[in-house]
Structure formats: structure tokens, C-alpha cells
Design a protein around this ligand. Structure first.
Ligand SMILES: Nc1ncnc2c1ncn2[C@@H]1O[C@H](COP(=O)(O)OP(=O)(O)OP(=O)(O)O)[C@@H](O)[C@H]1O
Ligand SMILES: [Mg+2]
Length: 306
């Protein structure tokens, strides 16, 4: 079984560092591990001290990594649709269709759903090659939308496919009346159906094999965001993993830092109360640079319970 683990949370709380550290720890246990970043502002490569691209590359031992891009995937998909359109629409309207598709390629909805497509491909290929896929997500809002897209898009795609089938049916009837039955395959309908099937599989998979670890630092705003994200994820049927409180002070601070520590205690108490002590993992504020396998190893020590 492929284990899928997401690391989500507010900007800057340590998602990339902890996802990379956890991936390294899994690989060191002998699991064939792929860590992927879906954040458009990639920094996974920086954390691993290597350059990454859309195609997984080996970092060390059984650890592989990739940074996937919604924009690149969107451009690829728009090119496919354009190809379909060239066969399906009259030549005079083609420039208008092209302009429309170019604009669509840049819209956030297209980019996000394209990112989801790419993630689905990665997860589908992963079953053969890896034991675990770890996803370094963009900040919470983006991640939650991404994870709920399979649920949101499925009825939409079903609706589109239904219209398309009806239109095809009418075309065929008309063609038949004129003595020219057209039985050629409809690439658009096929694409929609393939996409719907893929999203359905992803949804099932995320419900069964995925866990979302929520990362926060012990401050009020990240806490508020974590509580909201937990509700939304649970509402979307996505299983919640651990809540990781990162950069926790050591307790021997003085002055301002000691007063901050009091605030941290309040946040930690709320987290424990809301999620239960078993679900909470704390990682201290660490002194090291936390990049490369040595630095990440320092953080990984704290993630044994994940
Ligand atoms: N436990 C820790 N102790 C000390 N520094 C840490 C710790 N965890 C993360 N950091 C540092 O905090 C900074 C932000 O971490 P990171 O980039 O992993 O956060 P992020 O949540 O992925 O941010 P973004 O939302 O921008 O993607 C980095 O410089 C990282 O090295
Ligand atoms: Mg990051």
C-alpha cells in the first residue's frame, strides 16, 4: 500500500523543512520515498540542497524528490485542448478559441486543477515505484482547495460530459438523416471521461491512504488557521494526521523570550485540548541550518511519532 502524507499549514511555519526531514527519515528506514512540492514558490530543492524539476530525481539512497508545477501542466493541457479544437472547430473561429484558451491557461482555477492532474499522475505512477509519497503543500488555503477539488470537480465534469453526449447524439441524428453517420470517437468526451475517472480514483485514494499533517508554530494566528483547516479537511472527508507544533521554545528563556513562552503555553494547551495529546507532535526551535541531509536529520529526530 502506498502511504501518502501531506504537510500543510500557514506560510513559513516549517512545512517544507518538516516534509523534507520526514521524507529523509522514511528513506533511511528503507522505504522507497518520493517527496514532492506543490507550492508554486518552491523551496524543497533549497531544503534538500539540490536542484529539482517536475520529474522525480534521486537525492540520496531511496529518497527521490520533485517540484511539480501547475503552470507547466496547464500549458501542456491547453496545448492538448487546442489540438482537439483544431479538428473540431471551423478555421475562422480558431484564432478566437486560441485567445480564449491562452487566457484560461493563466487563470488560477486552471492552474490549480492542472496541478491536481499532475499530482494525480504522480500518485498513480508512484504505486509501482515508491512506498510513500510525501507532499510539501502550499499554505493552507491553497492545499485545502487542492485536496477538495476532486469532490468539487467531479459533478462539474459529469455535467459537461452529459452535455457533450447530448450534443453528439443530436449531431449524429442529423448526420444520419443526411445519410452520413459519423461514428468517429469524440476526443473531448474521452478526455472528460478519463479525467473524471482519474479524479474519482484520486478521491478514493486520498480518503483511504492519505493523512494530512498540519504544521503550526505556537502563535495565535497559525493556531486559528490550523483549527479552521482541521474542520475543512474533516468536512471534505480527508483524514487528519498529526498536528505538528514547530519551533517550540525550550523553556529556559529569559526576558522577552520568557514572556513569549507564556503565549506558547496557551497555544499548546489549546492544541492538546482540541486534538488530544496523542495527535500532537512538538519540534523545538533548533539551532542548525536545517538544510541538506545533515541539517534535515536534526529535525527528523523529532518526527519519529509521525
Ligand atoms: N524547528 C525549527 N527550528 C529552527 N528553524 C526552523 C525550524 N523549522 C523550520 N525552520 C526554519 O524556518 C524557515 C521556514 O521554514 P520552511 O521554509 O520549511 O517553512 P514553510 O512552511 O515551508 O514556508 P512557506 O509557506 O514559505 O513554504 C526556514 O528558514 C527553516 O529553516
Ligand atoms: Mg515551503
Amino acid at each position: 500500500m502506498l502511504l501518502i502524507r501531506f504537510f500543510g499549514g500557514k506560510g513559513g511555519v516549517g512545512k517544507t523543512t518538516l516534509a523534507a526531514a520526514y521524507a529523509l527519515a522514511q528513506a533511511r528506514r528503507g522505504l522507497r520515498t518520493l517527496v514532492v512540492s506543490t507550492d508554486p514558490a518552491h523551496s524543497l530543492g533549497d531544503a534538500l540542497e539540490t536542484s529539482l524539476s517536475d520529474r522525480p530525481r534521486r537525492v540520496t539512497g531511496t529518497l527521490w524528490a520533485a517540484e511539480i508545477s501547475g503552470e507547466r501542466q496547464a500549458r501542456r493541457r491547453i496545448a492538448e485542448v487546442l489540438d482537439d479544437a483544431r479538428h473540431a472547430v471551423p478555421r475562422e473561429v480558431l484564432p478566437a478559441v486560441e485567445r480564449h484558451l491562452e487566457r484560461a491557461a493563466e487563470s488560477p482555477g486552471t492552474v490549480e486543477s492542472a496541478l491536481l492532474d499532475r499530482l494525480t499522475e504522480v500518485v498513480e505512477e508512484a504505486g509501482e515505484r515508491w512506498d510513500t509519497v510525501i507532499v510539501d503543500s502550499a499554505p493552507t488555503g491553497h492545499m485545502v482547495r487542492l485536496l477538495s477539488l476532486p469532490t468539487l470537480l467531479t459533478p462539474w465534469i459529469e455535467g459537461l460530459a452529459r452535455h457533450r453526449r447530448r450534443a453528439r447524439h443530436a449531431d449524429r441524428l442529423a448526420a444520419g438523416l443526411l445519410g452520413d453517420p459519423d461514428d468517429a470517437a469524440d476526443p473531448l468526451l474521452e478526455r472528460l471521461q478519463a479525467r473524471r475517472a482519474r479524479l474519482g480514483r484520486l478521491r478514493t485514494r486520498l480518503g483511504e491512504d492519505a493523512l494530512v499533517h498540519l504544521v503550526l508554530v505556537p502563535e495565535r494566528l497559525p493556531l486559528a488557521e490550523t483549527l479552521r483547516a482541521a474542520d475543512v479537511l474533516t468536512g471534505a472527508g480527508l483524514p487528519l494526521g498529526a498536528v505538528v507544533v514547530n519551533r517550540v521554545a525550550s523553556g529556559d528563556e529569559t526576558g522577552v523570550l520568557a514572556r513569549r513562552r507564556e503565549q506558547e503555553e496557551l497555544v499548546l494547551a489549546t492544541v492538546h485540548e482540541r486534538f488530544g495529546a496523542d495527535a500532537v507532535v512538538t519540534v523545538p526551535l533548533l539551532p542548525g541550518a536545517l538544510t541538506g541531509t545533515a541539517g534535515l536529520g536534526e529535525a527528523a529526530v523529532w518526527l519519529g511519532r509521525l
